[in-house]
Write a protein that binds this ligand. Sequence first.
Ligand SMILES: [Ca+2]
Ligand SMILES: [Ca+2]
Ligand SMILES: [Ca+2]
Length: 124
Amino acid sequence: MKQADTNKDGKISTDELNEALVTAVFTAADANANGSITFEEWQKVFPEVTKKKFMDTIPGDNEQFTLVESLAYCKKHKTFDKLMNRIDSNGDGIIDKAEADKFQQAMQKAKGSNETQKLKTLTN
Ligand SMILES: [Ca+2]
Ligand SMILES: [Ca+2]
Ligand SMILES: [Ca+2]
């Protein structure tokens, strides 16, 4: 949780947590760790995504996307907003210790074989 505090002010904002989650999912999906995700890599983590949906989602036509692009995408489409609102239960934009603990407990209880699967369960 600490590494999510990118501006090192000792607090984790919902923006920072959002970024940490996108990065975690990206890193998990980028199997060959070359900084971009192809459809084949994405499908291993998200088997339900079709090639067409993948192509419709990614910007450009090079059939893969980067971390910067996925951050922009998740911001635009508010992918984790519902989850953020749930975690930040007092709505002050900061994840305090109690809220972080609650999130970690939810992650532990969530169904899924790894963190990405669990996140998916919590995001839906
Ligand atoms: Ca911070
Ligand atoms: Ca890759
Ligand atoms: Ca809060």
